[in-house]
Design a protein around this ligand. Structure first.
Ligand SMILES: [Zn+2]
Length: 290
């Protein structure tokens, strides 16, 4: 059993729900030892999302455990939803752990997401905590895919940011972008350091899309509950990566000072656990020779 008592349901826009857990001071969910659930998700805060219209819903990411996924599902069933399509933002553990709970409906993902899940099945199923059973996508796409939920249209679009298989959802009727991990508040997590120049270019392509609000998987709950971020978070994440590639930040400057201008301008907030992400990012770039 995974505790879901700190999971909160937010509604950043009409018919769009965020299932937010974590960012609870002093609390860990899985164990005191380093593990992906606490250190990669719960301590930073994590949300999966749903888009609901009538009896249909799209769920964007299946959350960090089967119990979290069950909580999402029962919230939707409580609203009268009986047809759920799961869409995955990318293949990382904190976004796919609950897939099995939605396995009676379509599970849609980018081709590279399916390939990465298949290639990493043993690692994911024997992780700490294990993702077992790991359920793979049933439908795949490459560049983009139009979906409907009730009378609403949702477009899944591929962006190679954070990981090569990144996917965002565009809800043009609401001016919304569900971002997965392509942006984060406070900073992006560098998981494929060698592709950082491409991630920077892709963030530029993302920033050019027309939208009013952007909802990341890892951000501040107050900001998400209030409707989300604006294009400033994309520019802040992009600028952060550019500065790292230019060699800045390697002098021991803490993240709080490194991103102070973006925080003061309200483009991002500041959350102390991202200091460790910043240190890991610097190490990852150095290891990649960047
Ligand atoms: Zn994540």
């Amino acid at each position: 059993m995974t505790d879901t008592r700190t999971l909160r349901v937010l509604e950043p826009a009409s018919g769009v729900f965020a299932y937010y857990d974590g960012r609870v001071p002093g609390l860990r969910l899985h164990s005191a030892a380093p593990n992906w659930l606490d250190d990669g998700a719960y301590s930073l805060g994590i949300a999966s999302y749903s888009v609901v219209d009538g009896s249909e819903a799209i769920v964007f990411d299946s959350h960090i455990s089967l119990d979290h996924a069950r909580a999402v599902r029962s919230h939707l069933e409580g609203l009268g939803v009986n047809r759920i399509t799961l869409v995955l933002s990318h293949w990382h553990d904190d976004h796919v752990a609950g897939n099995a709970v939605f396995s009676d409906g379509p599970i849609i993902a980018h081709r590279q997401t399916r390939n990465a899940l298949a290639a990493n099945r043993d690692k994911l199923e024997s992780g700490d905590p294990p993702i077992s059973p790991l359920v793979l996508p049933t439908e795949i796409f490459d560049d983009s895919l139009m979906l409907t939920v009730g009378t609403r249209t949702v477009e899944a679009v591929h962006f190679a940011i954070h990981s090569a298989d990144g996917v965002v959802l565009r809800l043009t009727d609401a001016g919304l972008l569900l971002a997965g991990d392509v942006v984060e508040d406070t900073i992006t997590f560098i998981s494929e350091a060698e592709h950082t120049p491409e991630h920077i270019a892709e963030l530029g392509r993302l920033a050019a899309l027309p939208f009013r609000h952007i909802l990341p998987a890892h951000g501040a709950p107050e900001r998400i509950a209030g409707g989300g971020y604006d294009v400033g978070i994309i520019n802040a994440n992009r600028n952060y990566l550019r500065r790292l590639l230019a060699g800045e930040g390697r002098d021991g400057t803490p993240l709080s000072a490194f991103v102070a201008e973006d925080v003061a301008a309200g483009r991002i907030g500041y959350f102390e656990p991202y200091e460790a992400v910043h240190q890991a990012n610097l190490k990852a770039l150095a290891a990649a020779g960047l």
